[in-house]
Write a protein that binds this ligand. Sequence first.
Ligand code: ATP
Length: 238
Amino acid sequence: MSAMLQVRDLVAGYGQAVVLEHVDFTVKRGEVVAVVGANGAGKTTLLNTIAGVLQPFSGSITFDGTDITKTPAHALPKQGLVLVPEGGRLFPFMTVEENLEMGGFSRRKASDFADSLEEVMQLFPILKQRRAQFAGHLSGGERQMCAVARAVMSRPKMIMLDEPSVGLSPKMVGEVFSLVENLARTKGITVVLVEQNVQEALEVSDRAYVLDHGRFVRNGSSAELGGDPAIQAAYMGL
Ligand code: ATP
């Protein structure tokens, strides 16, 4: 299987501060890959660098065979790469449907857009009920689903989710994660999931990377990492 994303020898940070130190990271087509680690490990920095929000100091990023190391953030959704930032960043005074429209604006034809909207409403039935409400009035879980749905509207090849479980009840975390799994299994969308909620992230992903102080200290199948007593003790409170 060819790689959807290949990050090589990446060094990134802010100003003089190096956060990611020579990171290698590969995601295969159709996989759900989790990046887990403590607060401040550099997970958001990794996603923002891949998404073009931050320019790396050195290293390379290849997405679906194209070098995107220097591609600006706004150009990536057209290439099929979408970031769902922490908290979702919806437009609170726009309705659910209008928010979804914003995700589909790169679809050229109106009929494509209508098809995407229909498809997304089927995947996220709760949004169908809420379509005319302001996004700012949604519950935390619904907001997260709306943010993921908005990303799906652009028909991405790959979605990167930054801590989708933050602030959600355990039940909602389960629902959001099973939707994420569903996107990968039924739509063939490749998923990168960044999480501090290590146990659930390992349950929903195929493979995982453990980030610690800007370096990957472990990677492997999620089942194997989840069963490892050292990982359980360090990250799962077991
Ligand atoms: P969290 O879960 O808290 O978001 P994280 O693993 O995503 O943690 P990052 O947000 O990538 O970690 O932060 C990694 C390091 O970079 C931290 O030491 C943080 O203080 C620093 N950092 C993050 N954003 C900035 C910024 N805009 N300017 C300077 N330093 C930053």
